[in-house]
Structures are given as structure tokens and as C-alpha cells.
Ligand binder design. Structure first.
Ligand code: FAD
Length: 337
């Protein structure tokens, strides 16, 4: 039996009844169909960078999407259209686009996981979301038992969500098509910390390669890169989106970002820090990152139960202090908060 801890960035998770490495689209679809025809529970994983799997593991088939390859057209006027297999590493793809002289993905440098994982929660960082550059998502629909392509408008993208996340495990992403701009200038820098690192003002543009370098540097400083010896799933909670009256009741120095629909996005990290959650605190081998309060880490041989207990304790303190319930960003398999 395969230990799923070996396939998650948190390094947590019990065994799977069976684990299939799907390296081609045909293998992926036939493994899904085989499991579905037997009524076998199915879990799809990519890089395992946004998932917390319980200590009992998964009593069913786990398919790890390891498909590779891309096809692309780059035109001086219309930019680049790149169709990329779901199993390709996200940051490997970002680096590839920059090498090809394409812009618009630079702020999303250094996010772990796969291309297929990116649309699920509409990954975002430093003021930009991947939905800004997705043209199409090709999926296998497990109910219709057929390939279904979604245009960007049909993907239901919102803050850290999409139709793919909302519909549970119905759609398995096969590949994603991105529309990128040709050019050496980045998207407008939208985040104060990044603007500061680059020595530019908010709204300015900077060379794409410099933005990538700066983002990688900031991420390394916060322990938010894979492969630097910190086992986490990135931000454990999403930033809460609340009504104006809830936001108005918070202390004046609480960061807040008004949204187009009148709601207000808050900083989960600020709420945690101001309700007594401290960097480095532990439950067994589960720890709040020393670098970033929003990342829960495996500081040794943590169990999923320890991670959950630490998350519950942080969530309860924020609720007690501010009346706000933090929602997990990480996907739970066989565990509950
Ligand atoms: C250090 C660190 C930093 C991070 N920083 C960020 C950040 O800045 N911004 C951000 O948005 N996220 C961040 N994340 C979270 C994570 O990297 C992303 O959410 C990533 O896109 C997850 O991709 P994955 O392939 O690892 O998905 P997995 O963790 O393997 O899976 C996540 C979910 O997607 C489903 N899934 C995966 N692949 C497919 C597929 N092909 N078809 C259908 N369903 C699929 C799984 O079933 C699961 O529900 C960070 C994580 C880490 C560890």
C-alpha cells in the first residue's frame, strides 16, 4: 500500500488502497472510468500541495495526474495561446512562458502544484489570479462520461474558487489553455510588498524577469516555496470576505480590501496574529510556521490529527476574538475541521 504522505507537501496522509500514476491522458481517463464503473471511491491528486489527507488514508483509488506536454502558438500581435497538460509542474510552466518572451504569469511564480491544480481554487498571489489568463479548461466529466471544455466565462472563477471546486470531484482537469501577452513588461504591480521589493509604485510595470525574481525572493523569505525544507500546504485558511458592517466593527488597523460587490476582504493572517496565534506554536509536531502565521507546517512526523487540532485551535481563537470563522483553503480528505 502506498503512503499518501509521500505525495503531499505537508508530508501527511495514511495509505491508499491503490495508487495509479497516470502519465498520459488515455491512461488518466481509463483509470477514472475503471474506478467509476466499479463504484470505487476516487481521489485525484496533482502536486499534493493543497490537500490534507487523514491518517487513515483513502479507502479507494488515488490517481496522481502526471501527464506532460504542451502545444503553443505565439503571434507578435495576439500573444501566446498555450494548451498545457494537467500534470505539468506549475512553476516549471511559468518559467517556460517567461523564457518564451510571454508576460502575465510572473506574479504567480513559485506556487507549488500542477497546471491542472491551478484552476481548481483559482490560484492567486501578489494581487493577480490565474483566472485573468485562462482561456479554456478541458475536463473529463465523470457524470456525462465525456470530455467537456469550459470557456473562461463558464469556469465560475471567484476568490479561491471555481466551478471545479464547487462541483466536488465531478470534473477531472485534462489540460488548460492560457492566453498570454507577448512582452517584457509585467502586469501592473498590485501589491505593496512586491512594489517595495522592486522599488516601484503600485500600478507601475517592471521587467517580467525582475518581477519573477522578486516574487521568488519574497516567497523564500516567508517559507512559501516548495523544496526549502518547510512542509506545508501554503496558506491554510482563506482571507475572510465579510459584510461592511462586520468589517466596520474591527479595530481601525485591521487590513481590509473593499470588493466590487460591496463586501470586504480581510487578512486571515492579521486576525490570527491579533487573536493570540503565534508563529512557532505547536500541537505535537504540527506547528504554525516560523515565517508566516497562515501556514501550518509539519515540523517532524506530524499526524493529520495534530494539524487539525492546531487548525481548530487557531480557528476558535479568531472566532472568540472577532466573531469571524476562518474557512480552510486546503482541501480535506478523510478529516474534518
Ligand atoms: C508553500 C506553498 C505555497 C503556496 N502558495 C500559494 C499561493 O500563493 N496561492 C495559491 O492560490 N495557492 C498556493 N498554494 C496552494 C497550492 O500550491 C495550489 O492550490 C495548487 O494549485 C494546488 O495544485 P496541486 O496540483 O498541488 O493540487 P493538489 O493539492 O494535488 O489537489 C488540490 C485539489 O485539487 C484537486 N485536483 C488536483 N488536480 C486535479 C485535476 N487535474 N483535476 C481535477 N481535480 C484536481 C484535488 O482533488 C484536490 O481537491 C501554496 C502551497 C504551498 C505548499
Amino acid at each position: 500500500m502506498s503512503r499518501l504522505a509521500d505525495y503531499t507537501t505537508l508530508g501527511v496522509g495514511g495509505p491508499a488502497r491503490s495508487l495509479i500514476h497516470a502519465t498520459t491522458e488515455a491512461e488518466l481517463i481509463s483509470a477514472i472510468e475503471a474506478a467509476d464503473s466499479l463504484g470505487e471511491p476516487l481521489l485525484i491528486i496533482g502536486g499534493g500541495s493543497n490537500i490534507l489527507i487523514g491518517d487513515d488514508g483513502f479507502a479507494g483509488t488515488v490517481i496522481r495526474v502526471e501527464t506532460t506536454g504542451n502545444s503553443y502558438e505565439i503571434d507578435a500581435c495576439s500573444g501566446g495561446m498555450l494548451q498545457v497538460a494537467a500534470g505539468v509542474g506549475w512553476d516549471e510552466f511559468v518559467a517556460f512562458t517567461i523564457e518564451k518572451g510571454l508576460a502575465n504569469l510572473e506574479s504567480l511564480s513559485g506556487i507549488p502544484g500542477t497546471v491542472g491544480g491551478a484552476p481548481i481554487q483559482n490560484i492567486g498571489a501578489y494581487g493577480h489570479d490565474v483566472s485573468e489568463v485562462i482561456a479554456r479548461v478541458r475536463t473529463y466529466d465523470r457524470i456525462a462520461k465525456a470530455v467537456k471544455t469550459f470557456t473562461a466565462a463558464e469556469c465560475g472563477f471567484s476568490y479561491r474558487s471555481s466551478i471545479f471546486k464547487e462541483s466536488g470531484d465531478r470534473f477531472v482537469i485534462l489540460d488548460v489553455t492560457f492566453h498570454l501577452r507577448r512582452g517584457e513588461e509585467s502586469l501592473a504591480v498590485a501589491y505593496p510588498e512586491l512594489a517595495n521589493e522592486l522599488g516601484v509604485r503600485i500600478g507601475d510595470r517592471a521587467p517580467v524577469t525582475k518581477v519573477r525574481e522578486a516574487v521568488l525572493k519574497l516567497r523564500a523569505r516567508k517559507g512559501m516555496l516548495e523544496g526549502i525544507g518547510i512542509a506545508s500546504a501554503g496558506s491554510f485558511f482563506t482571507n475572510p470576505v465579510v459584510s461592511q458592517s462586520v468589517a466596520a466593527a474591527l479595530p481601525i488597523d485591521a487590513p481590509r480590501w473593499p470588493q466590487e460587490d460591496g463586501s470586504v476582504k480581510l487578512s486571515a493572517a492579521w486576525l490570527m496574529e491579533h487573536s493570540g496565534v503565534v508563529k512557532g506554536e505547536r500541537v505535537g509536531n504540527a506547528a504554525i510556521s516560523d515565517h508566516h502565521v497562515l501556514a501550518l507546517t509539519n515540523a517532524g512526523s506530524a499526524t493529520a490529527a495534530e494539524i487539525v487540532e492546531l487548525a481548530r485551535s487557531a480557528q476558535a481563537r479568531v472566532k472568540r476574538a472577532f466573531g469571524i470563522t476562518l474557512e480552510p483553503e486546503v482541501q480535506f480528505v478523510g478529516v474534518k475541521l
